[in-house]
Design a protein. Structure first.
Lengths: 350, 184
């Protein structure tokens, strides 16, 4: 009997993993389409509109093109690392989605199925660990290319991520003081009953947002892909689907960080102004997933909107912003939050 | 120094205050500008589906005209070839045989009529020279090709579609010829 339950659990989780991975791949695929479309409309152009109605088959065409391109591995590169680079970038990008609560529980076949692959009680730490591993993909790839431009790009990416990870972590500490938990699921449950965390942590959210842009290597922090200085950045030597993996992992990273931001600060799968307990569980779970997706789409739009508005930072400006502005600001935010939390515990008496 | 235009703007060199140094307001303003561009009318024309209207005096590829019954107008008089400054037109005349009245309007016709599109400068002098309204410049422009000899257009390429057998293609090929004649 015990074994049967375990088997069902394994099947359930496997199905969930497949769905989540496929969904994030498809969403990342259409994020490329969205990027091109949004870039176009922001610049008074039309964007891709030839492949299928409104060009919705464009990502498929892009993918096919990348698959059919000749695969070149430079003779002076270290081959194993050269292949490892993009694989690692892709792997870490997908791995993050494991701890995200995609929705509430659903009730199927007499079982309560949680729409979360693993409710790790240190969920946010897991996210941090995996995200900071993402830079290894870039670093290994850029090193293995044996190309000075990609090496510079890899160094830039590494130092940038180290600098901004600090501020990101510090801004999160303030959030953790408010929520009192590291589990993403519990954070969402708290926000469902109370207010969204953005109300308690506006400054923390701003810092987190800026750092998320930097972590995803998105404009204005895309110094590792500064094509006017570094040709193509860390993927100069890459071609075919290995290049595709690098480009694609950027979009998956963007999707995942949007999900994380929505979960941490905007209530995750919580539908605002609606008490979920009053309605049918399965439907509410579905609408919850949709609500989360709506928030995510909003964030992805923000990513793209910023990309086509703000020019790239100079390298010293980037470091200045990270070390001398964001980190002190995050520390200050942490201090204020700590003081307020203590005051509240003391019933607002000094 | 006196300004050359009325658009001179004095550069503000004042030190930025705290709010300005945050750049948040400036970034927000910039974001609003790009956002507003989403609702602007796009100047792009979806080319193959939609084309820009040509000017009525546009001079494109030559076309050999037929009358309403589908008979060729050209009598191979050679005036167009004489008028052509680029010497792009050559032709051979032939006499109409009995029973060919439905093909050619007059007793003489062009058995061979060629225009070298690599030489043609689209000046339209052939059209002006023609006494029979047999050649005129249409709205299409010379398409690309792979071989130089493909650019020597024969009668098959130049003749307008038959107005009775293929009225729609005829109308399309006719283009704005009528409008142009009104202007001239």
């Amino acid at each position: 009997m015990l074994l049967a339950i375990d088997l069902a659990l394994i099947i359930e989780k496997l199905v969930l993993i497949v769905i989540v991975v496929m969904a994030s791949l498809v969403i990342a695929m259409y994020a490329t389409y969205g990027e091109r479309k949004i870039a176009a409309v922001l610049q008074d152009r039309r964007g891709p509109n030839r492949a299928g109605p409104f060009g919705i088959l464009q990502p498929v065409a892009d993918g096919l093109k990348l698959f059919f391109k000749e695969e070149i591995i430079p003779s002076f590169s270290s081959k194993a690392l050269f292949i490892l680079g993009p694989s690692l970038a892709m792997l870490t990008a997908i791995m993050t989605s494991a701890v995200v609560p995609w929705g509430d529980q659903v009730h199927f076949f007499g079982r309560d199925i949680s729409l979360q692959i693993a409710d790790v009680n240190v969920g946010i730490l897991y996210v941090f660990a995996v995200v900071s591993m993402g830079v290894y993909g870039i670093m290994i790839g850029s090193w293995a290319s044996n190309n000075k431009f990609s090496l510079i790009s890899g160094l830039r990416a590494a130092s940038q991520i180290i600098s901004y990870e600090l501020a990101m972590g510090l801004s999160l500490i303030a959030l953790l003081m408010v929520t009192g938990t590291l589990s993403l699921k519990e954070m969402v449950l708290e926000q469902q009953t109370g207010y969204w965390n953005i109300v308690y942590q506006p400054l923390g959210f701003l810092i987190f947002l800026i750092c998320a842009f930097a972590e995803c290597n998105r404009t204005p922090f895309d110094l590792s892909e500064a094509e006017n200085e570094l040709v193509g950045g860390y993927h100069v030597e890459y071609s075919s689907m290995k290049l595709g993996f690098y480009l694609f992992s950027e979009y998956i990273n963007m999707f995942v960080s949007s999900v994380i931001m929505a979960t941490l600060f905007f209530g995750g799968y919580d539908i605002p102004f609606l008490n979920e307990a009053n309605y049918d569980q399965n439907w509410m779970a579905l609408f919850g997933v949709l609500a989360l997706m709506a928030k995510v789409v909003g964030f992805i739009f923000l990513f793209m909107w910023v990309r086509w508005t703000i020019p790239r930072f100079r390298y010293d400006q980037l470091m200045h912003l990270g070390w001398r502005i964001l980190i002190p600001l995050a520390l200050f935010n942490m201090l204020i939050t700590g003081a307020l939390v203590l005051l509240k515990q003391n019933n607002w008496h000094f | 120094m006196q300004a050359l235009t009325q658009r001179l703007k004095q550069v503000d060199r004042r030190k930025m205050n705290f709010l300005e140094r945050l750049y948040l307001i400036a970034i927000f303003k910039g974001m609003m500008i790009t956002f507003m561009h989403m609702f602007k009318k796009k100047p792009t024309i979806n080319y193959p589906e939609k084309t820009r209207p040509f000017s009525p005096v546009f001079r494109g590829l030559q076309i050999l005209n037929r009358d309403e019954e589908g008979r060729e107008n050209c009598t191979a008089c050679g005036l167009c070839a004489v008028a052509c400054p680029a010497e792009a037109i050559t032709m051979e005349a032939a006499e109409r045989q009995p029973g060919e009245e439905h093909l050619y309007r007059e007793e003489k016709y062009a058995a061979k009529y060629e225009i070298n599109m690599l030489r043609c400068i689209f000046c339209g002098l052939c059209e002006e020279a023609c006494p029979k309204d047999a050649i005129y410049l249409s709205e299409t422009f010379a398409p690309a090709d792979y071989q130089r000899k493909q650019f020597i257009y024969k009668k098959e390429e130049l003749l307008i579609p038959h107005p009775v057998e293929n009225p729609e293609a005829y109308k399309k090929a006719l283009g704005n010829k009528v409008k142009r004649e009104q202007i001239n």
